[in-house]
Design a protein around this ligand. Sequence first.
Ligand code: FCB
Length: 783
Amino acid sequence: MSAASFPEGFVWGVSTSAFQIEGATTADGRGPSIWDGFSADRAEACDHYHRHTEDVRLMKDLGIAAYRFSVSWARVIPDGCGKVNTAGLGFYDRLLDELLAAGITPYATLYHWDLPQALEDQGGWPVRDTARHFADYAAAVHERLGDRVDTWFTVNEPWVAAFLGYGSGIHAPGRTSAADAFRSAHHMLLAHGLGVQALRAAGAAKVSAVVNISPVLTPAQVSDFGRELSEEDAEAVARIDALANRQFLDPMLRGAYPADLIPLIERHAGLGHVRDGDLDVIAQPIDLIGVNYYAPLVVQAQPSEPADPAFPGSEGVLFCTVPTAVTAMGWPIVPGCLSQLLGRLSREYPETDLMITENGADFVDVVTGDGIHDVERISFIEEHLRALRSAIENGARARGYFVWTLLDNLEWADGYQRKFGLVHVDFATQKRRMKDSARWYRDVVARNGLSETRARRPTLETVAARAHVSRATVSRVVNGETSVSPEVRATVMRAVRELGYVPNAAARSLVTRRTNTVALVLSVPRQGGDPLTAAVVQYVTSMLEGAGKQITLMLADTAESHRRIASHVEARLADGVVLLPPDRADTLAERLSRTGVPIVLLGKPAVASLVPYVDVDNAGGAAAATEHLIARGRRHIGMICGPMDLVSVQDRLAGHRAALHRAGMRPLLAPADDLTRASGAAAARRLIGDNPSLDAIFVAGDQLAIGALRAAQEAGRRVPDDLAIAGFDDIDAASATTPQLTTVRVPVADQALALARLLLSRLEGRHVTSVVLPARLVVRDST
Ligand code: FCB
């Protein structure tokens, strides 16, 4: 095998799932599924049900050897159990014939999350019978399609279906019960085992399941996998690994739940649903395991952190966001984790062959006159293939790779905004267009590997030289300008094709006057108030860069710098502006908005403005903290405010007042000039001195709160016994105090993501509205 090629017979494919592409949710007797009305977007998806012929043609064009699709249970058995709908099976019948005629081997998944609604109405996955119905369904599908399917996958990503569907409720059916989530997981495992038995009995050749494996790391390990962990972090990592990964791998491949998981299951769901013999059924021998890999889970120990509802039993574990490059989903891009996880699976489950059944990425695509140049997606897949290649070289038994996914589709609760496809779909017309990544993947498949060296991209200059024209002419042609004669256009396009040139920002901007640059304007961080801004800057930068933008960082600290920034933007040296935080820079925001260049703000501006912003629900968070203090029996609650020209502080005060008012209590306020610990301590001393019966303080920021905590202790107050203290922002230091600080968490990465999205939408000329994200109370020992 050469440096970049894959083993002979390596299987190249693409994956899809029924609900995400088929549409036609009422055609030919299909029954409703739990997903039909769950997403805000309508479920026509890609209308693949009617366009499968065209889609198989696309696959043939890609040259792939294999196609992994899923069968819709509700199409085959509309009531979930009982009568089989032959018309529904007829669709897959036609699809298989077309695939085989195109020389593509079908891999069928039986359950990719779309439970028939009728079964959900009878209790859904928390109910044991659902597993039995699944086995009957598997047998019915095999009976009609078994002669043409090579490999069967029983369930896809049972963790997601159980814990997002029944635990956190962000997926259908949207239930939120830890007990139901664990029971669902067990019944999905049981469905897998019974399904394998049914398929084998019917003579199926190869049977498997698809699991999503998320390597679990601490933030420090993201850049250094070998990093030693403290005992606490090692325990946090192991616990999340048990919940996310071993909960499924161990029963399927070893016939037992991991010992460290059993107490968690028992605590939340009891063990009554795990019956004698179940694990033997679940551990039926399988031929391979399908692995979906997108991103690692990054965690660290953080005592008194509440459990994440998607991981019941994760108390004391903080799910961290790390400043790596991310996809448009906000998922960190860590290709090395793919080698790591394949190595691990090969070591721990050495008998089982592996197949990467999903890997791919959501990026913001730009449709231009000459195509969709999704360089980020190409580089994402390329880097993951290099990681896969090196795992294989080190002995991992990985037999194939399937890109998620063929078409832009209906990405579950996120709807159509996500773009994972190699092929672009215009959902207004259902027109399909190959992106550059599709053509690139076709070459990978044809070559059975990557090119030896990362291709050096031909530049505008190379094309101009080859076509004997100027750079500006090349730029005009690739931007679809009509002022160029047909002959010259043909010459340039030939050079473009021969060189495999992908027009870049420079080529486009020569003509469109787009700079492809975004100005990130920072007003000077206030003392004590900057860690959040710093984190947001990091994330916004990485997201906008991920979307192909260059970032110019500009500091708005003086009147002179305001003038410089305004003239920079007026001269159109930036396509858009992100301004953060705007508390002092309101006049700048207004001034910039008059230039007509799209601008977005972090934080609500002081004066009502037409400029869209991203903010957190400061008032709601403050009200939640205050209500919590009241619920803990506190009756004399003071508040330390920060500088009142900060809009966020004004909102926090308003929320605090409103909560007190509802409880019939009066505010006791102490202002602070800045956001530092020293000011917090001074304000606390004043509050305590002036109000002998004070029994709680709500503080508008964590640094202030930490200062207040120390001052209270110095004044002889026991926290929380005499005086409860709650802060705001949940900075790292908030969980390092003694006692640890109760505070309100502001979603940092989500704000950055929303900000980047808002700006990208504005750059595309779309109308956008401001976004206010929820803030969550994190209760620790100080209250
Ligand atoms: C996986 C799912 C697939 C798609 C991708 C992005 O978890 O199996 O359907 O949603 O994520």
